[in-house]
Design a binder for this molecule. Sequence first.
Ligand SMILES: CC(C)(COP(=O)(O)OP(=O)(O)OC[C@H]1O[C@@H](n2cnc3c(N)ncnc32)[C@H](O)[C@@H]1OP(=O)(O)O)[C@@H](O)C(=O)NCCC(=O)NCCS
Length: 259
Amino acid sequence: MFERLREDINSVFHRDPAARNTFEVLTNYPGLHALLFHRFAHWLWGLGLKWIARTISTIARWLTGIEIHPGATIGRRFFIDHGMGVVIGETTIIGDDVTLYQGVTLGGTSWNKGKRHPTIGNGVVVGAGAKILGPFEVGAGAKVGSNSVVTKAVPEGATVVGIPGRIIVKPKGEEDDQRRKEMEERMGFDAYGVTEEMPDPVARAVRSLLDHMHAVDDRIENMCKALRKVNSEYQNGALPPLQEEDFDCVRDDSDGTRG
Ligand SMILES: CC(C)(COP(=O)(O)OP(=O)(O)OC[C@H]1O[C@@H](n2cnc3c(N)ncnc32)[C@H](O)[C@@H]1OP(=O)(O)O)[C@@H](O)C(=O)NCCC(=O)NCCS
């Protein structure tokens, strides 16, 4: 239990550069106070002591301005920054390392009993004032922009902004991975053996260039399709495929003999 408490306190240091020491965090962070009240209320809720659990949650709300239903399930290292106006509904499930800012609602859109609030994946960040409404999933690592209203599932790693929420940064899709793999095999070097975490600037630049080439290819293909609707003869043939020998110079140089 104390290990978990230490994690909750440390998560404040990791996510708020203004936090200076443990005493300051324990005394001045309403998000932490609300979470500690919630951990206790949730335990009582699980024991079937529902009235007392709700009452503790209400007291926490009076003191912090953060309303967390005791039935909500919250993972480790949860952090609410500033906090005022946060509402978390009964059937919400929150993973580990999630961050919420002030004014966030994790709410429902129906009066039906049963699951009616969102499930928030690990590492999700929800910006100030955002509303996530309904029993769908926000995938791990997603970001929800401040003041967005999200009513549909969000894929892992996506960034969603606006009303209604729209995806501005697409998650890395399997299709893209496959295309990159094919391209790298044809080109004879392993740009994509490099994971995103590796800070090799050349590999990252190559990766960006390949992504850009694919985007341009898609755009041209769509333009060709539109032109073919006007003139069915237009550019009906496929593009010539890249040949292995086109990349011999890359492979010849793999022993580093060229300057
Ligand atoms: C959503 C968010 C994570 C995106 O950050 P990012 O990946 O760095 O994205 P950018 O800032 O480059 O913005 C990308 C585009 O989305 C738009 N955008 C970003 N956040 C937006 C928001 N909340 N609502 C509407 N549009 C938004 C930008 O204007 C930009 O549009 P453009 O491409 O037409 O210029 C960030 O903007 C955000 O809202 N974070 C929450 C921060 C917060 O609540 N802080 C509270 C501190 S008290």
